[in-house]
Design a protein around this ligand. Structure first.
Ligand SMILES: C[S@@+](CC[C@H](N)C(=O)[O-])C[C@H]1O[C@@H](n2cnc3c(N)ncnc32)[C@H](O)[C@@H]1O
Length: 307
């Protein structure tokens, strides 16, 4: 008798509402659940963004990944770890982590699942599923490691989403989250600049997609690129302290593609929130996490916690 091959992935707890296929791969879609904790305009905007920005330079992705995952030891999460990438976008961090773990469930409710399938086409241990964090078809305590990178500041209720994710972790599982940092501790000029950015974001994100994209390309070219290169130049002149004070110095060593992607992310997204360290600690504690560790490296804040 022929034995059926067992799927290495986590069993879905219910049947998908529908299946979509792209480039020969099928994706299960779960969109029946109560989607209160999802902002549809933001999700649609991200779908557009990732369809445009997914042709990453692999070396640059690895360098960026090393920054986000700096809190993990070399052998973590571990070759037998079952992982959830909650809000995977283009799938870049699943791509980065896949060689170090057993399997990854990469979920996202947007059209980002299409570019994710393309980026991950040769990566057999990642499965892409289209759903929101609210609608995930996975049993509680399914995962050894969960990552949610740059997602939970774009949902209406961040703490509620953290509670959902905590339930999906096995006891002692680990959780890596990246949340935009609050700027209230920064100097007056920085806060003024940020207020202008925030007002601009609210206006730009309400424009039709093509206009929004053209404006964001302009911002990347006329603001991000000059400031990033100025920061790099000052650093090369032997003044790294001053270089770090230049706005957007984070991009000093990054390519223009990343700047274009991030400009669209920063100025094109309708819902964006920011958190202080203590707000993040409070939300993680309320969700039941412990052993909370902040990275002192950029991007701020990325945080590792235990279930
Ligand atoms: C800034 S992108 C980050 C994507 C990816 N983690 C990365 O860093 O490349 C935010 C992603 O969160 C997704 N997202 C927004 N609301 C969500 C929700 N309720 N559940 C799951 N993902 C969500 C968006 O569709 C988008 O792809």
């Amino acid at each position: 008798m022929q034995s059926r091959t067992q799927s290495p992935f986590v069993n879905y707890t219910r049947n998908p509402d529908r299946l979509i296929s792209h480039k020969g791969r099928e994706v299960a879609v779960f969109d029946d659940a109560n989607l209160e904790n999802m902002d549809q305009a933001t999700v649609s905007s991200f779908g557009e963004e990732w369809k445009r920005f997914h042709a990453f330079d692999q070396e640059e992705l690895k360098r960026c990944g090393d920054q986000y995952f700096d809190l993990l030891g070399e052998n973590e999460p571990g070759s037998d770890a079952v992982v959830l990438d909650a809000g995977c976008g283009s799938g870049r961090w699943s791509w980065y982590l896949a060689p170090r773990v057993a399997t990854i469930e990469a979920i996202d409710p947007s059209d980002a699942v299409y570019p994710a399938l393309e980026l991950l086409q040769d990566v057999s241990n990642v499965r892409v599923t289209r759903c929101s964090i609210d609608a995930m078809p996975f049993a509680d305590a399914s995962f050894d490691f969960i990552m949610s990178i740059g997602v939970l500041h774009h949902v209406p209720d961040t703490e509620a989403a953290l509670k959902v994710l905590k339930k999906k972790l096995k006891p002692n599982g680990s959780f890596l989250v990246y949340l935009y940092y609050d700027i209230s501790h920064r100097g007056f000029l920085f806060r003024l600049l940020f207020s202008c950015v925030n007002v601009s974001r609210r206006i730009i994100s309400s424009f039709p997609s093509t206009i929004k994209q053209i404006i964001c390309e302009g911002i990347a070219l006329l603001v991000y690129l000059p400031l990033a290169r100025l920061s790099r130049l000052i650093s090369l002149l032997g003044l790294p302290g001053i270089a770090r004070r230049i706005p957007l110095s984070y991009y000093a060593e990054k390519g223009f593609f990343i700047m274009r992607n991030d400009a669209l992310d920063r100025f094109g997204t309708p819902l964006e929130k920011r958190f202080t360290r203590s707000e993040i600690i409070r939300m993680l504690n309320n969700a039941g996490f412990s052993r909370i560790r902040f990275s002192e490296g950029e991007p701020y804040w990325h945080v590792l916690a235990s279930a």
